[in-house]
Write a protein that binds this ligand. Structure first.
Ligand code: NAD
Length: 270
């Protein structure tokens, strides 16, 4: 396993230390975080000079939200700025944090890739060991290969699919996943509210819903391109809003109907 460093020892950074074992050193600027990690028996340091011999660096610093709603890029940009001074020129920098395109420098002295993390905070270690896939995005094929190889020799389940793509695609598949999870939760709550209002069992309805792996929980209806039309989807959305608005918060359905109508208006007519 190539020697690696992990910068930022929150939930994500700590799972990376656990996956990599002996061959990984963790770095954080927060002495409290360092103490916690030492207490867990992890190899950590507060000094970037200690990672000079590492061929791979996983950047796992925070990317919180500013008041404007945009991403606070200061931790990421600060680390990316500092790293090259401490690394050999062929060391690969893998951004594990969830980042927007403004975090990716146009030119960078080291090979750089985007390698998002898909774990749930409450199941961090389990999800880190059994991820749906390992995504590595970036132009440099050999840098991507080195990151995939690192995961292959780590504690990640053997045979985990490896997805190579561009940096932008890697960033977006992470955001798309979280947006989709958020939509699913709101959707389940909406159906649950209506079910309760009508005297049905929300859990039973949603477990029947999820049994449909053909249309509901599947790749169907997930191809970007056309807005929806036809005799059922637009009509049943409008009926749902008008009929159940007193039983439940139907803003999800309303906004879907609105957004789709706007898309239909933009569509060139033949
Ligand atoms: N928490 C999750 O469940 C989860 C899941 C998937 C992805 N993510 C993403 O992963 C990233 C990290 O999340 P987290 O919750 O583990 O982070 P966190 O905010 O809890 O920890 C980040 C750590 O980075 C350290 N740090 C910041 N700047 C530093 C610097 N210059 N040098 C050294 N250390 C520095 C901070 O001291 C802090 O300990 C975020 O982008 C987040 O969105 C988080």
């Amino acid at each position: 396993m190539e020697r690696a460093a992990v910068i930022g020892l929150g939930v994500v950074g700590r799972t990376m230390l656990a996956l990599g074992g002996e061959g990984v050193v963790g770095v954080d600027r927060d002495p409290k975080r360092l103490d916690e990690c030492r207490g867990l028996g992890l190899r950590v340091t507060g000094d970037f000079a200690d990672i000079a011999a590492c061929g791979l660096v996983f950047v796992c610093v925070g990317t919180p939200r500013l008041d404007s709603g945009r991403q606070d890029t200061s931790q990421i940009l600060g680390v990316l700025e500092a790293l090259p001074r401490h690394l050999s020129p062929d060391a690969v920098v893998a951004i594990r944090s969830t980042v927007t395109p403004e975090c990716l420098p146009e030119a960078y002295p080291n090979p750089i890739v985007v390698n998002p993390e898909f774990l749930r905070e409450a199941h961090a270690m389990e999800d880190a060991r059994q991820p749906p896939f390992v995504v590595v995005g970036g132009e440099d094929e050999s840098a991507r290969r080195r990151v995939f190889d690192w995961y292959r020799s780590s504690g990640v389940e053997p045979g985990t699919p490896e997805l190579a793509c561009s940096a932008v695609e890697a960033m977006l598949v992470k955001f798309a996943s979280n947006w989709f999870h958020a939509v699913k939760v709101e959707f389940a709550n909406l159906v649950g509210e209506i079910a309760e209002g009508l005297g049905g069992d929300p859990q039973h309805i949603m477990s029947m819903f999820a049994r449909d792996r053909v249309l509901n929980v599947s790749e169907r209806y997930l191809r970007p391109g056309e807005p929806f039309e036809g005799s059922c989807l637009p009509k049943d959305l409008d009926i749902g809003v008008a009929t159940f608005k007193d039983l439940a918060d139907v803003r999800l359905l309303q906004s879907v109907a609105l957004a789709n109508r706007a898309r239909l208006h933009k569509k060139p007519r033949d």
